[in-house]
Design a protein around this ligand. Structure first.
Ligand code: AP5
Length: 185
């Protein structure tokens, strides 16, 4: 059973590592960014509202996404196999919400993994990827939003002895191996 949260700035490799780990451990990979991008592509009501914030590099308001996360963690696959969360929580109120949700569904988190990568590497990675929200201006704002709203979660989880940091500025396979070693410890 694996239940793990990835923290880290935009471009740190959360999605990449979450996907590898989910395949390796056969657990669902739950990416709030992917859920929102699907909603945008399908032009749902949520997607239309979310696109405005995503295109600006701002967080989508909590009231649009908290129920989505509750519904996702209520599905039977997560109860039986576990989960890898990528891109949630992203602020203290989401973390507090998640705490009480995990208690309700009796699925305690095992690890919170913070991927450390210097800003200049993040910007270079994202510029070369070129997703819709990967323009230089939007990347800078995503980084600012990360510093002000998401980075405080490092202390939030460190205080409960759940936090582990991994150097994300290494080849993908090396990061994945360090992660695997950590989980199997
Ligand atoms: P989201 O999709 O979560 O984007 P993000 O956090 O900005 O993360 P990225 O996908 O850019 O980076 P990543 O860390 O996953 O790295 P990746 O593996 O992709 O969110 C997008 C938007 O949705 C947000 O801005 C917000 O508007 C909204 N949103 C999402 N969640 C929300 C929430 N909870 N609340 C409110 N709003 C929310 O890798 C990046 C690139 O680097 C790739 O090209 C990859 O190939 C490369 N790479 C990865 N690892 C390495 C490595 N070790 N070496 C070299 N290259 C690497």
């Amino acid at each position: 059973m694996t239940r793990l949260i990835f923290l880290g700035p935009p471009g740190a490799g959360k999605g990449t590592q979450a996907q590898l780990l989910s395949e390796d451990c056969q657990v669902p990979h739950i990416s709030m960014g992917d859920i929102l991008r699907s909603a945008v592509a399908e032009k749902t009501e949520l997607g239309k509202k979310a696109a405005f914030y995503m295109n600006a590099g701002e967080l989508v308001p909590d009231e649009l996404i908290l129920d989505l996360m509750r519904d996702r963690l209520d599905k039977s696959d997560t109860a039986s196999a576990g989960w890898v969360l990528d891109g949630f929580p992203r602020n203290v109120s989401q973390a507090t919400f998640l705490d009480s949700l995990l208690e309700d569904v009796q699925q305690p988190c095992e690890f919170v993994v913070n991927l450390d990568v210097p800003d200049e590497v993040l910007v270079a990675r994202l510029l070369s990827r070129g997703r819709a929200d990967d323009s230089e201006e939007v990347i800078r704002n995503r980084l600012e939003v990360y510093r002000s709203q998401t980075e405080p979660l490092i202390d939030f989880y460190r205080d409960r002895q759940q936090l582990v940091s991994i150097d994300g500025n290494q080849p993908v396979d090396t990061v994945a191996q360090e992660l695997k070693a950590l989980i199997n410890e």
